[in-house]
Design a protein around this ligand. Sequence first.
Ligand code: HAM
Length: 505
Amino acid sequence: MPKQQLKKHMTENIVKKRAPRGKKEIITITGMRDILPQDQKYWNTVRGNVDKVAVDYGYGLIETPILEYAELFVKSTGKGTDVVDKEMFAFVDQGGDHIAARPEGTPSVVRAYIQHGMVNQPQPVKMYYSGQMFRHEKPQNGRYRQFYSAGFEAIGEDGPTLDAQMILMGYNIINDSGVDCVIQVNSIGCTVCREEYKKALVKYYKQHTKALCDNCLNRMIKNPMRLLDCKEPSCEAIKENAPQILDFLDDDCKKHFMKVLEYLDELNLPYTLNPRIVRGLDYYNRTVFEYISADDSESKLALGGGGRFDGLVEMMGGREKTPACGFGLGLDRIVAKIRESEVLMEDVYQPDVFLAQLGENAKKKALVLYEKLRKNFKMSQALYKDSLKAQLEHANKLKVKYTLILGQKEVSDGTIMLRDMNGAVQEVIDFNKIEGELAKRLEKYSGDEGVAVIDTEETKAAMSSKKKHDYGDRVTEETNDFQDFGGGASFGGDDAADTTVAGDY
Ligand code: HAM
């Protein structure tokens, strides 16, 4: 598009029409979602397992741009695949370049391998990534237009041990996330075996053209391997009796595949042979595999998949004969499975200690104290709030183990109040000793699944000597309860908000 025309198009069609017609609010684009703070615990679980497996097997993180030249995917993922022909978010940018939001990660990793001369590093070069991918698919449960995928690629190795280890790594991530899955494996051979197979496949499908969907009629001409990918019921039935690629493998491919299976047996992995798996992307050869949820074996939605792509580096302009293998996982789908399992998970940030304050002087001191404490403890606060009641309610909701309370009286005495939220006891501590006291108490929690092992009887006894606590000009009897803490106690001080706690929370 010429530049002038492009500018006009941008102003008229993009800037002015920000939201779909008729909608007052701007909401997310169809097929795209927000992942909210309360859901991060599930995502962190999977991402944590991705990172762990990367460390365990020696993969380095690579971050590639979300936008690439569209040509990258046309050449690698393949013209003729649904991902490229129908689903790519592609556009012409202000400079007139044809750009695409990445639909998958493998092409970018291969581009980076070539662009940065990684061929000169010890092979295989092992990289992993995690991030958003974009495919303009029909949105439905488990199928989004922006989804998250984590992928592992090892470039520069053709041994079957790598294939088996790749399959194992993906399985480990899913399994460690608490999701049961089975692995489906196949070999689609090399280009030579596939030529023979394609001929046999087309010959077979020609006998069934009347029952085939339009897509399959097209695939017969353009990309016969994809006939096996069709999910239309009428085509599924035909697929059942189609020739199997395994019968067409040449000796080398057969040997390679037998070795992969031998290693999988050795590892005792739950796999089945599925001769219908061809994968929807163009670059695969030899081993291909998918992870399917164990409780969902009929599902058309794989949790992940991968395989060898021995010809891709060369095809993209890299060194001849650079074999490679990898896999990608659908994090949205794995997260959905974790949620279904209803396993209780700790929130992403579960603080141990809440710092509350009352009064201007206490607030200032608390601001500084917080900076000290946050370095060594899992802290929370609402120092912007003036009401003690509101702060204590916040602490309660967060289910912290301890709350520190700094009032005007404590500021002038050089103390701070420490409340054990579990044992419901509170003590007055020397302000300068609070870090040591907290460390001592929190240590008792560790290794006991968060259940306090503080001997409350003993603490209570110790507390009885301290129970009479002077809040400003009145002496109050503490009853180890928040209600009582505020009920009538008053904080001495020069600020109106400082003086009375009663009824404040
Ligand atoms: P893929 O099978 O196209 O492979 O995608 C990997 C995984 O991403 C899928 O198994 C699925 O779980 C998830 N996924 C795909 N599309 C969607 C979607 N629209 N919504 C939600 N999840 C989706 C690849 O992308 C290859 N690059 C994998 C690979 C790496 N092969 C070798 N190396």
